[in-house]
Each structure stands twice: as structure tokens, then as C-alpha cells.
Design a protein around this ligand. Structure first.
Ligand code: KG4
Ligand code: ZN
Length: 352
């Protein structure tokens, strides 16, 4: 069985064809994964402009799907289903994918599956590595989310903690912006941090001890908070610019990037390992756009080896938004018999 996946939740128009392998240990294989990035369009504005994003999805979606089918040497009649990201994300962007999927599924007489964007990110780990040793603690760390999940059975996700304010990727993007580095900030900060001194400036890490009033059922002490860190960088930059007006020297920028990245990565890795030991996990996975970060990848692997805990990452191409992960998560739901109704609607605040 082959499935067509469609992802349009933010600023990437993506379509992919993924196939069931019949091997329970490595259940899915990517036949094609086409991503049309809108970064060049949003860069001028310093962030994603939702209205521009949805209009560009409309322009790109047909060509991206055609390309995904031809790269996979597939036609509509080779497909068994269509999977689409239903949410969370930008509503105008999501609507383009959902409307396309509904029309395509109806025209081709195919069943449709609605996928949660973060279930897709979690599934990227299985696409890359095969089924993880369970139970697994999975950290989903992206531009919109920083959440820890406990995966006890394939396809089941229990939320353990999340960020109280900014997501890690959002903190990267905001810090890059205030350092005048451009958009998206994550990859730029990652690159500059390599030439900086990570101990040059002292920045605060945050450890929450109180329960989140908005999520009283969670203990809260594994939660994340990155807005204080971002504000500390802002204060530091303002302070330096007051003393010496004009752009900061390149070495100072690199030092700030390195120091900021050290705090973020240490927090993410420590909290994931803490959750793993608390919940008796047999593996740790890290997925989402920030899992492309070179330091996060290195630290996760080093800590895993040191503590004899198997750790898993997606490839770089499967880290950031893509439709292959949506197709794979769609196949899992299809297997479980969970189909979407023909009147499916996008849900920008969909819960996992
Ligand atoms: O998963 P994703 O592609 O989109 C969302 O679902 O949000 O994640 C995008 C986020 C952006 O904030 C971007 O700056 C961040 O991932 N990112 C990185 C790196 N590559 C992408 N952050 C840190 N280091 C990177 N190398
Ligand atoms: Zn994402």
C-alpha cells in the first residue's frame, strides 16, 4: 500500500509518497518527499506572514503533488489513501492542504486520514530508524512546540511536559532577529555558535517547580521556559549597544550565539534524560525542526552513549517540516482504522 502525504501547516508546501514495507521493525519506506520552501518569501519580513504563506501554498500545491507522484514513479491509481496535516498550524495554510486532500481523495475515490503535525514529527523517527524500543520518551522541538511525550505503544502519545512560553525554535528565531542575523534564525545561530566561546556570557537556564495553571494535571517540573533566556539576550545586546552604539562585533555575536545555544541544548537534553529515567524509558527520540541543530544532535548522542540509553534522531531532511512524516503517521492511523470524514476541517489548535 502506498499513501500520499500532504503538509502545509506553516511555510513549507510538501507532498510525499510513502509505502508499507511489510517488515514490522521498519514499517515504512519513503518513495518521494518533495518540499517547496517559502523561506525566501518570508525572509524580507523577518518571519512567516500567514497571508502570504497561504497564497503561496495555493500556487505550489498542485506542482508539488505532481512532482511527488512522478518522483515515486506512481500515479493516482497506485495509491491506497491520502493523508493530510489537519493541525496545529496556521489556519489559512492548513486549509490549502486539507481542501486539496479532500478534493483529491474524492476525485480518486481514496480514503483520507487526518494527521496531527506533531504525530508526524514523532513518526519521522520511525521512518529514519524503524520502530523505537518502547517505552520511549520523545522530545518534539520545533518553531511552535517544545514538548516531551511518552510513547508506550506505537501511535499512542502521552504528554509529559511542554513549554510555558516560547518554543525553543521560536527562541532561536527571536534571538537571531535581535542580533540582526536574518530568518529563520536556528540554522544561522547554529553555524555562528561554532566559532564562539560558549562561556563568554552568563545566561539563565530555567527550572520550573510549580504546576502550570493551564495544565494542572501535569506535575510541571519537566516543563520548559525560554522567554527569560531570550529577554536576557535582549538586555545584554541593549546594554552593549548603549556602551558602544552600532552593530556588535562579529566575535561578540558568535559568543552570544554559542552561550545561548549551550543553555538551550543543555536544558533540552537534561530534561529528556530526566523524563526517561522517571518513566523507565528504553529509548529517547528527538524530532522537529530544532533536531537539525548540530550541538543538540551531538550532545544527545554523547549523553546516550554515556548513560547507555539508545537515542534516535531523524535525518536532516526529515527534521524540518515535510510530508513523508505525515504520510507515515497517516499509514499508522489507516492501519488502526481511523479515517477522516469527507467534511474534515483544518484545526489550528488541534490536540494530540
Ligand atoms: O518543525 P519545523 O520545520 O516547523 C515547525 O513545525 O515549527 O521547525 C522550524 C524551527 C524554526 O524555528 C527553525 O529556526 C528551527 O526549527 N531550526 C533550527 C535549526 N534548523 C531549524 N534551530 C536550531 N538549529 C538548527 N540547525
Ligand atoms: Zn513542524
Amino acid at each position: 500500500m502506498r499513501i500520499l502525504g500532504i503538509e502545509t501547516s506553516c511555510d513549507e508546501t510538501s507532498a510525499a509518497v510513502v509505502e508499507e514495507t511489510g517488515d514490522p521493525a521498519r514499517p515504512w519506506a519513503v518513495r518521494s518527499n518533495v518540499v517547496a520552501s517559502q523561506v525566501a518569501i518570508h525572509r524580507d519580513w523577518g518571519g512567516v506572514v500567514p497571508e502570504l504563506a497561504s497564497r503561496q501554498h495555493i500556487r505550489d500545491i498542485c506542482g508539488v503533488v505532481e512532482r511527488a507522484l512522478s518522483d515515486a514513479s506512481s500515479t493516482w491509481s497506485d495509491l491506497g489513501a491520502v493523508a493530510v496535516t489537519q493541525g496545529p498550524g496556521l489556519v489559512g495554510s492548513l486549509l490549502v492542504g486539507v481542501a486539496f486532500a479532500k478534493a483529491a481523495a474524492a476525485a480518486a475515490g481514496l480514503p483520507m486520514v487526518a494527521v496531527h503535525h506533531l504525530a508526524g514529527h514523532i513518526e519521522s523517527l520511525v521512518l529514519q530508524n524503524g520502530e523505537l524500543p518502547l517505552p520511549s520518551v520523545v522530545l518534539v522541538v520545533s518553531g511552535g512546540h517544545t514538548s516531551l511525550y511518552l510513547v508506550e505503544r506505537p501511535g499512542s502519545y502521552e504528554l509529559l511536559s511542554r513549554t510555558r512560553d516560547d518554543a525553543a525554535g521560536e527562541a532561536y528565531d527571536k534571538v537571531a532577529k535581535l542580533l540582526g542575523l536574518g530568518y529563520p534564525g536556528g540554522p544561522i545561530v547554529d553555524r555562528l555558535a561554532r566559532t564562539g566561546n560558549e562561556r563568554a556570557v552568563r545566561l539563565p537556564g530555567t527550572r520550573l517547580t510549580h504546576v502550570d495553571r493551564n495544565a494542572p494535571h501535569l506535575k510541571g517540573d519537566l516543563d520548559f521556559s525560554f522567554s527569560g533566556l531570550k529577554t536576557a539576550v535582549l538586555r545584554l545586546v541593549r546594554d552593549r549597544q548603549q556602551r558602544a552604539p552600532g552593530p556588535l562585533p562579529a566575535q561578540d555575536v558568535a559568543d552570544i550565539c554559542a552561550s545561548f545555544q549551550r543553555v538551550i541544548v543543555t536544558t533540552l537534553v537534561d530534561r529528556a534524560f530526566e523524563a526517561a529515567s522517571r518513566y523507565g524509558a528504553r529509548s529517547i527520540g528527538v524530532a522537529g525542526g530544532v533536531s537539525a541543530n548540530s550541538r543538540l544532535r551531538a550532545e544527545l548522542t554523547i549523553h546516550g552513549e554515556r548513560r547507555e540509553m539508545p537515542t534516535f534522531l531523524p535525518s536532516l531532511a526529515l527534521s524540518t517540516d515535510n510530508a513523508a512524516m505525515i504520510a507515515a503517521a497517516g499509514l499508522r492511523k489507516l492501519r488502526a482504522g481511523v479515517l477522516a470524514p469527507a467534511d474534515l476541517n483544518a484545526d489550528p489548535a488541534l490536540a494530540l
